[in-house]
Design a protein around this ligand. Structure first.
Ligand code: C2E
Ligand code: MG
Ligand code: MG
Ligand code: MG
Length: 277
């Protein structure tokens, strides 16, 4: 792509990402198109209770298989959408797909979470939209959860807490994603109406080989449980890691060890093959 466009005699590179502005522009217009063309879909990765050997939930993860660009990693197109304001429409598509999927699940007690970026959360009509959709799909309370990151909390903490309270009052759970990777103080934890923290994969990577790494994870789990929060360990790839986390007192895991993110169809099949609570 870059080669071809340079024939035109112009090529502007964005230093930070090494992506030409032209390519970004093309990507954005394809991304906009993709939402109406079903190229942007959600995949679902199981969240698993290792002790009970049962699926307890799924995380919805956006996938973009572009006719023009092939599979584009979420990190790339989410960032593009955030920077251009398109995240609002993208986020709404994700919410609708996720809620429709949650509605399809007949097994009681399974909760489906979706990711939200700070830009989405700060939209004035965000909570209204989520609640309207929650009612439209006639979802059971506790059947969906919103994942936020610490970066959502940096700017207007009180405002975010207010929004999250509105959602939790309707029975929507809140998970704190990538826990431990931000720079916020721990003091905010007690103010947040959250249900679970998700320990970032970077901590799990070290857990078997590194004693200090394991101590840190152990401490995070104790702290969260002490605050009555559930803990989900992310990016668990091996049985050793799963066992290690379980030994630290956390039985909820998500990662390739259980399953990669799969299509909605295949996720429903997983529910039948892997046991549920
Ligand atoms: P995240 O929410 O922390 O999602 C977890 C990421 O780890 C996913 O990458 C998942 O596929 C990957 N993962 C899970 N288990 C394993 C494992 O065992 N090994 C490895 N190597 N990776 C694993 P993905 O799907 O590429 O998403 C990356 C990030 O993009 C997400 O991080 C989230 O921040 C963002 N994202 C994805 N979908 C959405 C969305 O619909 N909306 C928003 N706002 N952000 C999204
Ligand atoms: Mg997440
Ligand atoms: Mg995460
Ligand atoms: Mg992450």
């Amino acid at each position: 792509e870059a080669k071809r466009s340079s024939k035109g005699g112009y090529e502007i590179f964005n230093d930070q990402f090494g992506t030409s502005i032209e390519r970004r522009f093309q990507m954005l217009s394809e991304l906009k198109f993709s939402i109406y063309n079903d190229e942007l879909t959600c995949y679902y990765q199981p969240q698993y209770d290792y002790d009970k050997k049962a699926i307890v939930g799924f995380e919805s993860l956006a996938r973009w298989n572009s006719a023009k660009f092939g599979m584009v990693p979420p990190i790339q197109f989410i960032e593009l959408a955030e920077e251009t304001g398109f995240i609002k429409q993208l986020g709404r598509s994700v919410i609708n797909q996720t809620f429709a999927f949650a509605k399809r699940i007949k097994n009681p007690g399974i909760r489906v979470s979706f990711n939200t970026s700070p830009v989405e959360l700060m939209q004035a009509d965000f909570t209204d939209y989520v609640i309207e959709r929650f009612r439209y799909y006639e979802l059971e309370p506790q059947s969906v959860a919103i994942e936020i990151t610490e970066s959502c909390l940096i700017e207007s903490f009180d405002e975010v807490v207010k929004k999250l309270r509105i959602l939790t009052d309707c029975g929507i759970c809140v998970y704190l994603d990538d826990f431990g990777t931000g720079f916020s103080s721990l003091a905010y934890l007690k103010e947040l109406p959250i249900h679970s923290v998700k320990i970032d994969k970077s901590f799990i990577d070290e857990i078997v080989s590194d004693k200090v790494g394991r101590d840190i994870v152990d401490m995070i789990i104790r702290l969260a449980h002490r605050l009555n929060l559930k803990v989900i360990a992310e990016g668990v790839e091996t049985q050793e890691q799963a066992q290690c986390i379980s030994d630290c007192g956390c039985s909820l895991i998500q990662g390739y060890y259980i399953s990669k993110p799969v299509s909605g169809e295949n996720a429903i099949t997983l529910l039948d093959t892997l046991k549920t609570c």
